[in-house]
Design a protein around this ligand. Structure first.
Ligand code: GDP
Ligand code: ZN
Length: 456
């Protein structure tokens, strides 16, 4: 970590300015070698001041720039950092980067700036991961959640639990090491009480994970219905108002159209099975298993029926598929003569949101959006103040920690010797430590930071 790294930190393409960044011991020296201030000297680079001048290669001017130097340790990486603000576009940033690399800097790996921030103690691992999530956020809400995580919302909760575990472990060790001394011995009751607190706190964090996943990846929403009921019309209507600003999400899968929309901060990944040719029977075309698995993977199903035609066998097949899923049913084309209504439909399916719509006339769509919102923001759920687990790695670690604390609780009931309890307690402590990065292997670090872009 003693070398100096450099990278282009802004997106590459046409833009007003571009930023090339360096971090490491030699950052200032390298910059001084290639910068000439407007007054003609190259020592005019001062801590936390912007200097104006030229980046030069021998006597040849590469670009007109502003340059800043931030002295360690109060920087993002906790190392000396230099940022060069040059003209945007591909050429200036590349030329400047090349020059720095020829002058002793090394090209940074993906995420290496943030990795250094982590290794130097500026961020814990969950905070570093929050930085990736912020960059990849698709909606305001998911950005907000990541920002809270960067500010330490998750780390604080994890540390609270780890502190409690550590004090339990310490008490047990004292009791084991100095059994005859006059120290107040820890009782099984105390341990059980604390273990239950730990368990409840872990469970509370885990219970946020499903919502967290939705905020991160989008609510997996499937629009189902036989041909001509209005699936494409619905998707288009939702997209018109709510298309998420997304550029880098893998597009359509083979037969199925996927779109991202944003309804009051809830990102929806909408799958329109209309991509399966409208003339074909949905279930026949893709096969029962595929249809089942699409429905199985869905967080939310919007099933559409056309009230201007009788319920057909295919409608009944669809009703069968969705019976046990979170579904909103749209009875569409209510502007035409209706052959059945909500009450009739309730014979087939109970306990579901049923909304009468006329999609082409824009009727009922607001109720649809309200229903989606209600389904996912019911209760006192408050994104701002709560730590939310958005990261699958964190969720897995929490699940391991939960198993370990549950086995401690079982052992306590069986009154096993104290030193046997200690193993599971320590494992639990370490499971949580992998979230904050206190006990985490090199391979996991590499995997995490490789998800970053270069220059971050
Ligand atoms: P899909 O096959 O399920 O994707 O259905 P489409 O969205 O392609 O719609 C099939 C036809 O039904 C089109 O001509 C739409 O204009 C029409 N349609 C969709 N919704 C309504 C509605 O609420 N009322 C009426 N009258 N026609 C509709
Ligand atoms: Zn269609």
């Amino acid at each position: 970590m003693s070398d100096t790294i450099a990278a282009i930190s802004t997106a590459i393409g046409e833009s007003g300015i571009g930023i090339v960044r360096m971090s490491g011991k030699n950052a200032l020296n390298i910059a001084r070698g290639k910068f000439v201030s407007i007054k003609g000297d190259n020592f005019k680079i001062e801590n936390r001041k912007l200097s104006y001048g030229h980046i030069v290669d021998n006597d040849h001017i590469i670009d007109e720039v502003l340059i800043s130097f931030m002295k360690e340790p109060y920087t993002y990486t906790r190392e000396n950092m230099v940022e060069i603000y040059c003209h945007g576009g591909i050429i200036p940033v590349k030329k400047i980067l090349e020059l720095l690399l020829n002058s002793g800097a090394r090209l940074a790996e993906a995420g290496e700036f943030t990795k250094r921030a982590f290794l130097n103690g500026r961020l814990d691992l969950s905070q570093a991961e929050a930085v990736i999530d912020m960059i990849k956020s698709k909606t305001d809400k998911s950005f907000e959640v990541s920002l809270n995580q960067l500010e330490g919302s998750l780390s604080n909760k994890i540390n609270e639990i780890r502190d409690l575990l550590l004090s339990m472990i310490a008490h047990i060790e004292v009791s084991i090491d100095y059994p005859e001394e006059d120290i107040e011995e820890i009782t099984y009751e105390d341990l059980e009480k604390d273990s239950n607190i730990v368990k409840e706190k872990i469970k509370a964090l885990l219970s946020t994970a499903d919502r967290g996943k939705i905020l991160r990846d989008g609510l997996n929403t499937v629009i189902l219905g036989k041909p001509n009921v209005g699936k494409s019309s619905l998707l288009n209507a939702i997209l018109r108002e709510n298309r998420a600003i997304v550029t880098d999400i893998p597009g359509t899968t083979r037969d199925i159209i996927e779109e991202y929309v944003n309804i009051d901060g809830i990102p929806l990944k909408v799958v329109d099975t209309a991509g399966i040719r409208d003339t074909d029977n949905l279930v026949e075309k893709i096969g029962v298993d595929k249809a089942k698995s699409i429905v199985e993977d869905a967080d939310l199903i919007i099933a559409i029926f056309d009230v201007s035609t009788e319920l057909s066998d295919e409608d009944i097949e669809i009703i069968d598929l969705i019976k046990d899923k979170k579904t909103i049913i749209l009875l569409n084309k209510t502007d035409l003569q209706s052959l059945y209504d909500k009450d009739y439909f309730k014979k087939y399916i109970k306990n579901m949101h049923i909304i009468s719509t006329s999609i082409t006339n824009g009727i009922g769509l607001d109720i649809l959006e309200d229903s989606i919102r209600d389904m996912f923001y019911s209760g006192e759920f408050n994104i701002k103040s709560d730590a939310i687990v958005t990261n699958l790695r964190h969720k897995n670690q929490l699940e391991k920690a939960l198993k370990n604390i549950e086995s401690v609780l079982n052992d306590l009931k069986a009154q096993v010797p104290l030193d046997c309890l200690e193993v599971d307690l320590k494992n639990c402590w370490e499971n949580l430590g992998e979230i904050s990065g206190d006990s985490v292997g090199e391979d996991i670090l590499d995997r995490i930071f490789s998800e970053f872009c270069i220059g971050k």
